[in-house]
Design a binder for this molecule. Structure first.
Ligand code: MBD
Ligand code: FE
Length: 258
């Protein structure tokens, strides 16, 4: 067995050196990149930068043969300690929360379609301005996040508001890099979930709203066709937008530790 760090780090550095040669990089450019890397750290933007520009490649590689539902990237805005909510499940919101009301429901099953009773759905999403609680100081803590439990037949349902597309902050170094390259900083409107059940591989995924812009050019390259959902007025409650989505979990890769 070779040394993994030697192999991977050596390969990454070799490819950087090749890019320097292929693009005839100048000393000014080298100094600018060095300062930019320092700035990203000082601004606390490494989680943002890495999850937007690198995580999708890791996710696709690691889960290329996964059974069951598709996953996608976790992103930088998950808070693992969100509370388990009480039924009927509705994500915490402000009294004057903006945005259309949303309801989604479905089943959590295994890769053979058997219901996973008591499965946990950890759900979080941005508000109607595209901002996340716990990260943007203008949004109170705990808003639009929480854990929902599936019933004995694996059925779940969640109420919330429809999130807006997300834009990376323009003022920081990540935004400056995007502007310098003439890229755009947007992600389509999405809902994050981690769906888990004992004995199964947790599914980290996102659902994308089909009427949103940027589905075809997500800055984070994390959209997959079968993660796109269509909202329609809910039966008997036409002011609420509804979609159905089922999650199929793959068996855990490694046996649980006794
Ligand atoms: C997000 O909301 C997000 O989901 C990702 C992956 C990156 C930046 C912002
Ligand atoms: Fe997000």
């Amino acid at each position: 067995m070779g040394n993994r760090a030697d192999q991977v780090i050596g390969d990454v550095l070799k490819r950087i050196h090749e890019a320097i040669v292929d693009n005839d990089v100048t000393y000014d450019e080298y100094q600018a990149v060095k300062q930019w890397l320092i700035d990203v750290g000082e601004a606390g933007e490494w989680p943002l930068f890495l999850d937007v520009f690198v995580e999708s490649a890791v996710e696709q590689q690691v889960y290329r043969d996964r059974e069951g539902s598709q996953g996608t990237i976790l992103g930088p805005y998950h808070l693992p300690d969100a509370p388990v909510l009480d039924a009927p499940y509705e994500l915490p919101k402000r009294d004057d929360e903006q945005g259309d009301r949303m309801h989604f429901s479905g089943r959590v099953v295994d890769h053979e379609g058997n219901p996973l009773a008591g499965a946990v759905l950890d759900v979080w999403h941005a508000d109607a301005k595209g901002l996340y609680s716990g990260f943007d100081p203008s949004v109170p803590e705990g808003i639009l996040r929480g854990k929902v439990i599936a019933d004995d037949e694996g059925r779940y349902e969640v109420r919330s508001i429809v999130p807006a597309p997300y834009t990376i902050p323009h003022d920081g170094p990540t935004g400056k890099m995007i502007a310098a390259a003439d890229w755009h900083p947007w992600r389509p409107a999405h809902i994050h979930l981690i769906v888990s059940a004992d004995g199964y591989e947790a599914l980290t995924t996102q659902l994308y709203i089909d009427s949103s812009d940027y589905l075809d050019d997500d800055v984070a390259s994390a959209v997959k066709d079968n993660l796109v959902v269509h909202l329609e007025p809910k039966e008997g409650e036409p002011e609420v937008l509804h979609f159905d989505y089922d999650f199929a979990l793959a068996p855990a890769r490694t046996p649980a530790v006794a």
